[in-house]
Structures are given as C-alpha cells and as structure tokens.
Design a binder for this molecule. Structure first.
Ligand SMILES: [Zn+2]
Length: 184
C-alpha cells in the first residue's frame, strides 16, 4: 500500500480501484465502515490516547467506493446544482476515501454523536489536530489551503500518510505541497 498516494481533483483513481487490505473498522457510528488494516490499527491507538484525555472519538466514514461517490455526487448536483456540488464534494475518483486511508471523525459526548462543522471548535478536535500526526495522520484539508487542496476546510477529515505525518505537521505542509517539493 502506498501511504503517500495523492488523490484529488487532478489525480483521479480509476473506476475499478479497490484497496486490497480493507477491514471492518468496528466503529460504533454504524456497522461495516471499512478502512485500511494499518489505518484501523493506528486509529485505534489514537482513539485510546484521546480517551485518556476524556475525549470520545470514532470513525463516521472510511472507505467509499467509486460507485458510492458517483451516487452521492450526482444526487448533490440534482439537489443543489453543479457549482454547489463541485465545491462541497469530491467527484467520483477524486475522493481519497476510495483509498481506504481517509477517515472522517465524529465526537461522542454523553452518548450524543456530533459530526462535521458541529465539532469545529470542540476540544476533542483541537486535540486531534495537534496529536494526530503522532499516529501517522494529517488534517488533510486545513483552513486557508483551499486553493492548494481543492477542498473546503474539513476539520473532521484525516488522512493516514504514515511516518511523514509529523514532518508535514511541523512544517505546515499539505500533501500536495509535500509531493511537489519531493519532485524537485
Ligand atoms: Zn472525508
């Protein structure tokens, strides 16, 4: 598995790409959220660490197939128009959820689940933004980097990249910037 694979609007995955080491994440959010085996292990360690601070997190979205992305993308175009859909959701092949290496995090407080922009300023998310790199994850779509990543700020979307996560974190680099730099 190439943990540095770059997937965005300019670097698409093929219709037939399915990662070969998907496992059940055992998330309590819902049944059968699949993710890469290594990502599952690292997320579990991070989750335990978070719990020590009293923070309860889990995975609300992991692997998404090309077909699934195609469906939600086209539904959003139908409901809200092309411009809205283009800005808010990845077209099929452009979502790194298809790699099995991306996770959307949800937060539990008193058995209630919070997601997406609700958790923006939560202590749990602030903690994650600072500590995820220790487990090989980066905040994939940081605030103010929309031009580089092609996506709006998503405080809940983390991407497993392995050992280089801390380097990216301390140098405030997106995956796009890192890959461009390493090409030079
Ligand atoms: Zn996501």
């Amino acid at each position: 598995m190439d943990y540095l694979v770059l997937v965005n609007r300019d670097n698409l995955l093929s219709k037939t790409y399915i990662p070969n080491n998907l496992v059940n994440s055992l998330s309590i959010y819902r049944d059968n959220i699949m993710i890469d085996n290594k990502v599952k292990r690292m997320f579990s360690l991070m989750k335990l660490d978070a719990l020590k601070h009293g923070y309860e997190i889990d995975i609300m979205s992991g692997y998404r197939s090309y077909k699934y992305q195609d469906n939600i993308y086209n539904r959003l175009i139908r409901d809200k128009g092309f411009n809205y859909a283009f800005r808010h959701i990845a077209p099929p092949g452009a979502s790194e959820h298809q790699t099995g290496l991306a996770v959307d995090v949800c937060v539990y407080r008193n058995n209630k689940c919070y997601i997406e922009y609700e958790i923006c300023n939560f202590d749990e998310i602030v903690w994650l933004h600072k500590n995820a790199h220790k487990y090989g994850f980066i905040l994939r779509y940081p605030e103010g980097m929309e031009e580089v990543t092609g996506y709006n700020y998503e405080p809940w979307h983390f991407r497993y990249v392995g050992n280089i996560a801390s380097y990216l974190y301390f140098n405030k680099l997106t995956l796009e910037e890192y890959i461009n730099l390493s090409k030079k």
